[in-house]
Design a binder for this molecule. Structure first.
Ligand code: CDP
Ligand code: MG
Length: 195
């Protein structure tokens, strides 16, 4: 792998697998000239799901803040909807629901490699909450769900896909999901003509 290439971790969450979107979603990455270098399907335990996420106070707060912003944009009152407007409290609820979500069916995990792979994959995924994700992105094109409906049903926002957020997350998550380092080295035709 040349020095300007990056690797990132992508999960196709249980809703993506159950909806038969694995092929369509992976095609988005292949079409962008990115390459799959590791791929597997797994049904994970609650403990494994919990440890997949950073679980830091900043990350928990961030999830709560995304909910509050979404409520505001959709004209909903958080106290009425979820009983609190404290981002930490909301984030803690979502943290538990994420474990239910990630263990609700099989997941496809893969390592995607390419130039600027970490940021490009995040852009192709789109914003966390599908109702607020741009059209053309995976989350924007294949879903319209939001915290407004998900919280009422006491579950995480089913947004089809996870992608590591930055180089640090990518390194940690790749090591977590592919501890044997089972990566395949090969050259794609896109790489030969694009760079
Ligand atoms: O996945 P991403 O990095 O875009 O977002 P995150 O802030 O790291 O949140 C992790 C996951 O928690 C999301 O992908 C959603 O499935 C879930 N979440 C949620 O259900 N409701 C929110 N308001 C924010 C996140
Ligand atoms: Mg994240």
């Amino acid at each position: 792998m040349s020095s300007f290439h990056e690797r990132t971790l992508v999960l196709l969450k249980p809703d993506a697998v159950k909806r038969g979107l694995v092929g369509k979603i992976l095609t988005r990455f292949e079409d962008a000239g990115l390459k799959i270098v590791a791929l597997k399907m797994a049904k994970i335990s609650r403990e494994f799901a919990e440890n997949h996420y950073p679980n830091t106070p900043e990350w928990i707060r961030g999830m709560g803040e995304k909910t509050l912003k979404s409520y505001q944009e959709h004209g909903k009152d958080p106290i009425q909807e979820i009983g609190t407007d404290d981002p930490m409290e909301i984030g803690e609820m979502i943290k538990g629901w994420n474990v239910d979500y990630l263990t609700s069916g099989p997941i496809v995990a893969c390592v995607i490699e390419g130039v600027h792979a970490i940021s490009v994959v995040r852009k192709l995924c789109g914003f966390t909450l599908p109702a607020d994700a741009d059209p053309g992105t995976i989350r924007g094109d294949f879903s319209t769900t939001s915290p407004v409906i998900a919280n009422e049903l006491k579950r995480a926002v089913r947004n089809l896909i996870h992608a590591a957020g930055d180089p640090e997350e990518a390194a940690q998550e790749i090591a977590y999901w592919f501890p044997e380092g089972e990566f395949c080295e090969y050259k794609t035709t896109a790489e030969e003509v694009m760079f």
